[in-house]
Design a binder for this molecule. Structure first.
Ligand code: SD4
Length: 327
């Protein structure tokens, strides 16, 4: 039997799911409910890694990556490395709704969002983000390189206006993993990726994140990439992902999971297969995803950490949290 509407989100972002649920239960479209849900997370600064004031880059600056996708029309709107505008998912929605483009980046994304009426320019730093960055640069500051041959001896030297930062670990102090890559800052929860099936079966997905903590300024992860952090096709279902976007975006895991379901796999197997394809090449990667089919059946899969996602369906009194262990 059909279980509409449905809201699914990465991590126990209960308030975000409640906001999306109230919207979709009140008759909002799947796309609009996704925007409501992700906006709630941005306002609450979920986990300190979504929205303004969250995780900073090497220069101590907070930026936003966000994306929204309509699984009926397959339209996508995304913003990447956006500065000075606190509402990432609303900016993404403006790209989807009012332009013929799919993604805008950097300061031009901010300029577009402000020109379309969003609040800004405002500084996206917070007391917490500055403190996080200060601790990092004074202690564990580690360059985001995977080889020891880069002629770069401090964090953030490519940013002309960047603060001058003390020297990071010496090259020979880098601790590459067995694949030669140095892990970037990944905290336990970093991205909201949300899927909504509305009352008439339309499906949409959205994501919002500050991206990888202490990234090289300009780095864009999986967050704004359709098919990677999230994907929706109303004929099939949807997927949302979280984790090491630098690795995950090489595999388009959410596209894979949705295509797996199209070929007949249940959400559980579809999700597991999408994760396994990454793990076979990168046994140390950290990531997770949920998959939900158009009937509202949902499942999760993860690698390298324990994952939680949360769901609200008509049969539930409130949001329920599901825990998934590495396979
Ligand atoms: C990124 N995927 O930018 C995000 C970070 C994340 O859980 O989801 N961490 O790589």
């Amino acid at each position: 039997s059909l279980q509409y509407p449905v809201v699914v989100s990465t991590w126990p972002f209960l308030e975000a799911v409640r906001a999306a649920w109230n919207a979709v239960d009140g008759g909002f479209s799947a796309v609009d409910a996704v925007v409501e849900g992700c906006s709630a997370c941005e306002k609450l600064r979920c986990d300190g890694t979504v929205g303004p004031g969250g995780s900073p880059d090497e220069n101590g600056e907070t930026t936003l990556d966000a994306m929204v996708m309509d699984g009926v029309t397959m339209e996508v709107g995304a913003v990447a490395a956006m500065r000075y505008v606190p509402e990432g998912i609303k900016a993404a929605k403006l790209v989807l709704e009012y332009t013929k483009h799919t993604m805008l980046v950097g300061d031009q994304a901010s300029a577009f969002a402000i020109s379309m009426g969003l609040q800004g320019p405002t500084n996206l730093s917070s007391v917490e983000s500055i403190e996080k960055w200060t601790k990092w640069k004074d202690n564990s500051c580690q360059p985001n390189f995977r080889k020891n041959v880069i002629p770069r001896d401090s964090c953030g030297p490519f940013h002309p206006n960047g603060p001058s930062i003390r020297r990071c670990l010496m090259d020979n102090e880098l601790r590459p993993n067995e694949f030669g890559s140095v892990n970037v800052g990944l905290h336990s929860h970093d991205t909201i990726s949300m899927a909504v099936i509305d009352q008439i079966g339309r499906i949409a997905v959205g994501t919002s994140t500050n991206g990888a903590t202490f990234k090289i300024p300009g780095r864009v992860g999986d967050g704004p990439i359709a098919g990677s952090s999230a994907y929706a096709d109303a004929e099939v279902g949807a997927c949302g992902a979280t984790g090491d976007g630098d690795i995950m975006m090489r595999f388009l895991p959410c596209y894979q999971a949705v295509e797996n379901m199209r070929l007949g796999m249940e959400p559980k197997l579809a999700a597991k297969d999408a994760i396994s394809r990454i793990a076979r090449k990168y046994p140390n990667f950290i990531g997770a995803l949920f998959a939900v089919n158009r009937n509202g059946t949902h499942a999760g899969a993860c690698h390298g950490w324990t994952f939680q996602y949360c769901v609200r369906t008509p049969g539930m009194n409130d949001v329920e949290v599901f825990t998934v262990h590495p396979q």
